[in-house]
Ligand binder design. Structure first.
Ligand SMILES: C[S@@+](CC[C@H](N)C(=O)[O-])C[C@H]1O[C@@H](n2cnc3c(N)ncnc32)[C@H](O)[C@@H]1O
Length: 266
């Protein structure tokens, strides 16, 4: 399986292997609607909309929502959850780094876990600025991996690193990617920002569930090795977990956060 098809391939298991539930997403949506002082006319755009986890609550509340994503399968999951395509939702399959919309089209643009995938992030932010209406908000959001799951992932990475095939160096050594600095870039364009925590919640899984998510190859780190080596790494990791946690039924819990950096031009 190619990494370029990663989201197409994991689309059917994306939601079940993440930790933002529909109920939490509803609460986050209400927080955002309150923060932006939404009116019935407020319109939303999410580039990299995926399975619609973040925007479906807006669609259900009758707001005009547009989502764009390169992965047709992720969009398919979004449509399935809504039993089709409601008239207030427009889903477009395509590369979001060039937004196919006229200037001043949306009141709110939100991105969630997708900025790092865009090669020219400054140009992308210019595009967001172009399609935002005057006085509109750009919401740069994240719901990062909860600490206990991150630690668990770290153990798996260690095992996996033994099975990772060495790839030929495809790029010269000194072509490090420029760090994404949304705050710095938008501030010098005259935007003001607010940091907000829309929701904090507890995420709990058994060790066995988390191993199953890896076994399903639900995350990018699961695609660094051949199928055969991946199976070997999973077997070794299961043995590690049995020793380390005593039982695969052990519950691992930690706090998750939905964070928002909200930008508005002044
Ligand atoms: C980590 S997922 C996040 C999905 C959704 N925003 C969420 O929070 O659940 C990243 C999404 O961005 C999409 N994506 C990545 N690069 C993209 C691009 N250049 N244009 C459009 N979609 C892109 C992927 O297909 C995937 O659905």
């Amino acid at each position: 399986m190619k990494k370029s098809n990663y989201y197409d391939n994991i689309a059917p298991i994306y939601d079940q292997t993440r930790w933002l539930t529909e109920t939490i997403a509803e609460e986050v949506a209400d927080f955002i609607l309150d923060f932006v002082c939404a009116t019935p006319e407020t319109s939303f755009l999410e580039p990299g909309v995926g399975t619609g986890l973040n925007v479906i609550p807006f669609v259900k509340r009758g707001y005009s929502v547009t989502g764009i994503d390169v992965s047709e399968q992720m969009l398919h999951q979004c449509r399935q959850k809504l039993n089709g395509n409601p008239s207030n939702l427009q889903l477009i399959q395509g590369d979001a780094s060039q937004l196919p919309f006229p200037d001043n089209s949306f009141d709110i643009v939100l991105t969630v876990h997708m900025l790092h995938t865009i090669s020219d992030w400054k140009r992308f932010l210019d595009e967001i600025e172009r399609v935002l209406k005057p006085g509109g908000f750009y919401l740069n959001c994240q719901w990062i991996t909860p600490p206990a799951r991150k630690e668990f992932e770290g153990y798996f990475r260690e095992v996996l690193s033994k099975y990772k095939e060495l790839k030929p160096q495809s790029q010269p050594v000194n072509t490090a990617r420029e760090e994404v600095n949304v705050e710095g870039y938008l501030r010098q364009k005259g935007y003001v920002s607010n940091y907000l925590v829309a929701k904090e919640w507890t995420v709990s899984n058994t060790v066995e569930e988390l191993i199953n998510f890896f076994q399903l190859r639900a995350y990018g780190l699961c695609w660094v090795t051949s199928d055969e080596n991946f199976d070997l790494s999973i077997n070794e990791f299961k043995e590690f977990c049995i020793k380390h946690y005593s039982s695969l039924e052990k519950i691992i819990s930690s706090e998750a956060k939905f964070e928002i950096w909200a930008y508005r031009a002044v």
